[in-house]
Design a protein around this ligand. Structure first.
Ligand SMILES: Cc1cc2nc3c(=O)[nH]c(=O)nc-3n(C[C@H](O)[C@H](O)[C@H](O)COP(=O)(O)OP(=O)(O)OC[C@H]3O[C@@H](n4cnc5c(N)ncnc54)[C@H](O)[C@@H]3O)c2cc1C
Length: 346
């Protein structure tokens, strides 16, 4: 095992959270930051072209591709949980839909005893992170302009079937909204997406890339963190593996675990943070008894509805070789057309 140098902050995971933290913590230049990522670079074409979602959904090179244990509530079936394993993490493989939680959700968190998490507290940060096309329309207190993450308004470019869908919602008496992230957040709508000039905008493109020129930020890819190292009950470093070689980096100030909702609790448990009895049963010496770690996970199930349409869908229009060629040319020349479109914006 080789001992590496000491950093002020060590961040595990270069996903949505890790990229933002790497940017913000290194911004002043006063602190040294080490960012460890188990996956590799995000240069691949299908990580850039929004339609690439379908190509990365089952690609083990960029995706942890987890499967749950058989679930009694799903009649014994096991669920598929994709998670990004690449710079940008899940933001490099996600559906790019930009939708914030409802104000009530945040106020509920604050009411549960979490000061600083109410809607009025988080709204300034939501505004600061985005450079939204919608901010032109909503010169109110809801949307932001000039932030690192570009949010595209694609209403003018959607497939005609989307308009039929909106109309069907109206005929059913459902509310509709022009901006799901505005004052009226409930209703049938066209999604806003995190793209910039027809390319995917991820936490990596928006936050990490601009920060990588700083000399006080060090990024190591293909670095799998195995455990947080403790000095008593203080997290003092991280043990990780690169190319089969084991290393330990020391943290003067903090270790920030940003491995995502599946890997973060797993890494904590491997480090001795979790339910003490459960850890002992697995042969792990407990460092800190925290019974909630690895429990209370909530996920939202997704399922698709398929219908036969009278109007030609994108698959029919572009499914042929000539259609694919035309779609490819439109994308390369103008960053327009179905290749620039995300899965949730047919
Ligand atoms: C297929 C898919 C579609 C989605 N669609 C949308 C959408 O349309 N809109 C939306 O708002 N959200 C969507 N999400 C959710 C959203 O992308 C995530 O909530 C968000 O990216 C999570 O951020 P995170 O920082 O917690 O984790 P992640 O972004 O997953 O980052 C975790 C990072 O840590 C790394 N890592 C993990 N363990 C280790 C370790 N031991 N050592 C080193 N590195 C490690 C991982 O490789 C990864 O890069 C989607 C997610 C997926 C997977």
């Amino acid at each position: 095992m080789t001992a590496m140098q000491t950093f002020d902050f060590i961040i595990v995971g270069a996903g949505s959270a890790g990229c933002v933290l790497a940017n913000r913590l290194s911004a002043s230049g006063a602190h040294s930051v080490l960012l460890l990522e188990a996956g590799g670079a995000d240069h691949h074409f299908w990580l850039k072209a929004p339609i690439g979602y379908g190509m990365t959904f089952y690609n083990p090179k960029v995706n942890w591709m987890y499967r749950t244990e058989p679930d009694a509530a799903l009649a014994g079936r096991s669920g598929y949980w994709p998670r990004g394993r690449v710079l940008g993490g899940s933001s490099s493989i996600n559906g790019m839909v930009f939708v914030r939680g409802q104000p009530q959700d945040f106020d509920d968190w604050a009411a549960c005893g979490n000061p600083g998490w109410g809607w009025a507290d988080v709204l300034p940060y939501f505004k600061r992170l985005e450079d939204s096309d919608m901010a032109r329309e909503h010169a109110d207190d809801w949307r932001g302009q000039g932030g690192p993450l570009h949010v595209s308004d694609v209403r003018a470019h959607v497939h005609p079937l989307c308009r039929d869908f909106l109309q069907a919602g109206a005929e059913l008496g459902l509310p509709s909204t022009d901006d799901i992230n505005g004052p009226q957040w409930e209703g049938v709508t066209i999604n806003q997406i995190t793209t910039r000039k027809g390319l995917r905008e991820s936490a990596s493109t928006a936050y990490l890339r601009p920060a990588l020129k700083r000399t006080n930020l060090r990024l190591i890819t293909h670095a799998l963190a195995e455990r947080v190292v403790f000095d008593g009950q203080r997290a003092s470093g991280v043990q990780f593996v690169v190319d089969g070689q084991r290393h330990v980096a020391q943290a003067r100030r903090e270790v920030l675990v940003c491995g995502g909702s599946v890997n973060s609790p797993a890494l904590l448990q491997l480090s001795g943070v979790g339910d003490a009895e459960f850890l002992r049963g697995k042969g792990i010496a407990p460092v800190h008894h925290a019974p909630s770690v690895g429990r209370h996970m909530q996920d939202h199930l997704c399922h698709d509805h398929s219908y036969v349409a009278r109007k030609p869908s994108l698959n029919q229009t572009y499914g042929t070789w000539s259609g694919k060629l035309w779609a490819g040319l439109r994308y390369v020349l103008a960053r327009r057309g179905p290749t620039s479109s995300c899965i949730s914006r047919p």
